[in-house]
Ligand binder design. Structure first.
Ligand code: PEP
Length: 250
């Protein structure tokens, strides 16, 4: 059986002091969960987060990496740098990065490969826009994004990849996908992975749903056949609310 993985994406929010007080309140609330708990925090909070989660079941992730280890890339951070301070996960290809920072399927693929080479586990985001959904091409868009993102990876690497299905129209809008729609889209992604890597890989890979998940919607989403947890933005900024999402099955 696949584990449920629940990751918070703080985006460009929270200062070091906020990080410390969040973890102080959050850690005791989630200490008994069997679900995997990840906080993906801004670069400036990573060090504080890593120090403060020591001895807890909370893992730490970043929100982006460059596809090179080092060099003349002003303002960028590499996977090697993140690994050196103890980061374990990295979000790659979030729709906000695709939309505002020219992230493409090609750069997403290069970054995923570099994440593995650096010893980080990637959380890879895919999702359709509202126009694509209304045109009835959701599955075509998301399965193609997945195929291009995973191009050239081994089955073992795909097993260690977390995919986050995040319809763009649901991110930060308060509009959550129905559990049936989200589950069907995730099934389509799993089928695509099966056609390339076989059943063993497709049944092992963790595929989350993301898009306006709240404590009130988490249980219905996460108890479907194929949704393996969530990537949570706004609702991960408040320790109590995020703990209820993590503890959806308590
Ligand atoms: C996200 O940032 O990945 C996300 C899903 O945001 P929100 O939960 O705020 O919609």
């Amino acid at each position: 059986m696949r584990k449920k993985v629940i990751a918070g994406n703080w985006k460009m929010n929270m200062l070091p002091n906020d990080t410390i007080s969040f973890i102080e309140e959050f850690a005791p609330l989630v200490k008994d969960t069997e679900n995997e708990v990840i906080l993906c925090v801004p670069y400036t909070d990573l060090f504080y987060a890593l120090l403060n989660v020591q001895g807890t079941n909370i893992k730490i992730g970043a929100q982006n990496i460059h596809w090179e280890d080092e060099g003349a890339y002003t303002g960028e951070i590499s996977g090697k740098m993140l690994k050196s301070i103890g980061v374990e996960y990295v979000i790659i290809g979030h729709s906000e990065r695709r939309q505002y920072f020219n992230e493409t399927d090609e750069t997403v693929n290069k970054k995923i490969k570099k994440a593995f080479e650096s010893g980080l586990k990637p959380i890879v985001c895919v999702g359709e826009s509202l126009e694509q959904r209304e045109a009835g091409i959701t599955d075509k868009i998301i399965t193609n994004q997945v195929k291009l993102a995973l191009d050239g990876l081994t089955g073992e690497q795909v097993k260690n990849t977390i995919i986050a299905y995040e319809p763009i129209w649901a991110i930060g809008t308060g509009k959550v996908a129905t559990s049936t729609d989200a589950n069907n889209s995730i099934k389509a992604i799993r089928e695509e992975i099966k056609s390339i890597y076989g059943q063993d890989v497709s049944e092992s890979v963790i595929i989350q749903y993301g898009g306006s998940v709240k404590s009130t919607s988490a249980k219905e989403l996460f108890t479907t056949s194929d949704i393996d947890g969530g990537l949570v933005g706004g609702a991960s900024l408040k320790a109590e609310e995020f703990s209820k999402i993590v503890n959806y099955n308590k």
